[in-house]
Design a protein around this ligand. Structure first.
Ligand SMILES: Nc1ncnc2c1ncn2[C@@H]1O[C@H](COP(=O)(O)OP(=O)(O)OP(=O)(O)O)[C@@H](O)[C@H]1O
Ligand SMILES: [Mg+2]
Length: 416
């Protein structure tokens, strides 16, 4: 099976260079460098080619199965994706609380993709196995089948994905990152990409007289977008269980029956919209029991997202430490070069091996923490256990060890 090398080139917002010229310059640059690391990003300013210095922000390299860590420009199957980030703020639809004018709840947020808001998000999420790549490849199949007019009555798929699992494991982030990734990888297939996040939680948190109208207006806009077959629209419904919950509590008579109408309107609209070949519905949930909603029940993919394993934790910590070195909060003595820490078999010397082992030990201690908790550990470490602005890597790792221990003790206390 062929395993193409994807090269993603982020063009500067104000650059007017054609995609052809830019691609040529990128390939030229790569011919001159013997090999480059997968999943690494080269900044435009570090390129040797002047055109690239002026016109691009970054180049990144990906391969679906990361069995190798290096790639080179002699690769047979290279796919180059040139894209520009949209820097505009997302548009938000809000709903007013009639009793209290100051209360405005956001019910939907609309991004044009690829957006600078999600820059680097995909790369910042670490999972075991090829979870991210598999999800991406699944969506590629969805797009391929729609493009080839495969009859959905013969081979059924329905463009719905459910990511479920405990809190703080990156489900919402992964949905957004996926939408962004599609906008980058399919830039030559579609001309517009949008992500509409429906905050069902605030839509149903309370009954508002406008809710019904708002749902209709929202979907009228989405349908209009979808009429353009050159647009790909991802709809994100976070915490989808709140829909089922709203429906249940409204049938049990504790809520006004108006609210069930809004839930039903939303579900009907979603059912209609699924028929468009250029839509994807991404949903998340952190309840484990089955969600009583037909459209989630029929999701093509129900992916469990759990807490990171030791190896994924190592990678998360590694990225945090790299950031703090960049910010000069962790001092690196020459020998402590973080890039030499053991990750995918980089060369080591005795000091870096020692640090790698320490970090590995810390990662092992941290098993059971969510991704969200892990990303806070370096902050807690500095805030609670370091009294100086800067420290050495080994001092910092020690502080992180204390922070992990404290986090676990606090978690235990919460159980009482
Ligand atoms: N596997 C992971 N790798 C790296 N970072 C992670 C991972 N999981 C979570 N995080 C970080 O934790 C934070 C929270 O993630 P996110 O809000 O997407 O989680 P969630 O699963 O949607 O949580 P909830 O169920 O509470 O809504 C993000 O900033 C993300 O960077
Ligand atoms: Mg979430």
């Amino acid at each position: 099976m062929s395993n193409p090398l994807h090269i993603e080139v982020c063009q500067k917002v104000d650059s007017l260079l054609s995609v052809e010229d830019l691609s040529k310059a990128v390939l030229d640059e790569l011919k001159n460098s013997s090999s480059f690391d997968l999943n690494e990003t080269i900044l435009g300013k570090d390129c040797t080619h002047d055109i690239l210095k002026d016109h691009i922000d970054s180049i990144s390299f990906y391969r679906n199965n990361n069995e190798t860590i290096h790639a080179n420009s002699n690769d047979e199957d290279i796919r180059l994706h040139v894209y520009r980030l949209h820097e505009d703020e997302p548009a938000t639809e809000t709903i007013h609380d009639n009793d209290n004018n100051s209360d405005e709840l956001p019910v939907a947020t609309h991004w044009v993709l690829p957006s600078s808001d999600f820059k680097g998000l995909w790369e910042s999420l670490y999972y075991d196995s090829d979870l991210k790549e598999n999800l991406l490849s699944f969506i590629e199949t969805t797009i391929l089948f729609a493009d080839c007019n495969v009859d959905p009555n013969i081979i059924s798929w329905n463009r719905v994905i459910l990511l479920h699992g405990p809190p703080g494991t990156g489900k919402t982030s992964l949905c957004k990152a996926l939408a962004q990734k599609l906008a980058i990888r399919f830039s030559d297939r579609y001309s517009h990409f949008a992500l509409v996040e429906i905050n069902s939680h605030s839509l149903f948190s309370k009954w508002f007289s406008e809710s019904g109208k708002l749902v209709m207006k929202m979907f009228a806009e989405i349908k209009q977008l979808l009429e353009n077959r050159d647009a790909l629209v991802c709809i994100l419904i976070d915490e989808v269980e709140s829909l089922a919950h709203a429906r249940k509590s409204s049938t049990s008579g504790t809520e006004p029956s108006d609210s069930i109408r809004v839930v039903n309107a939303l579900l009907t609209q979603l059912d209609q919209i699924k028929r468009y070949p250029n839509v994807l519905i991404l949903t998340t949930s952190n309840v484990t029991e089955a969600i009583d909603l037909a459209f989630v029940d029929r999701a093509d993919i129900k992916q469990f997202i759990g807490h990171p394993s030791e190896i994924a934790i190592y990678k998360i910590y590694h990225s945090c430490i790299k950031e703090l070195i960049k910010a000069r909060i962790i001092e690196v003595e020459a020998v402590h070069e973080i890039s030499h820490l053991k990750i995918n078999g980089h060369e080591e010397n005795s000091t870096t091996r020692h640090m790698s082992l320490k970090l590995l030990e810390l990662s092992r201690e941290s098993v059971g923490l969510s991704g969200r908790a892990l990303r806070k550990i370096p902050f807690l470490a500095h805030g609670l256990y370091l009294r100086t602005k800067t420290s050495t890597l080994s001092q910092f790792l020690r502080a992180m060890h204390f922070a992990v221990t404290k986090h676990k003790e606090d978690a235990l206390e919460r159980h009482y």
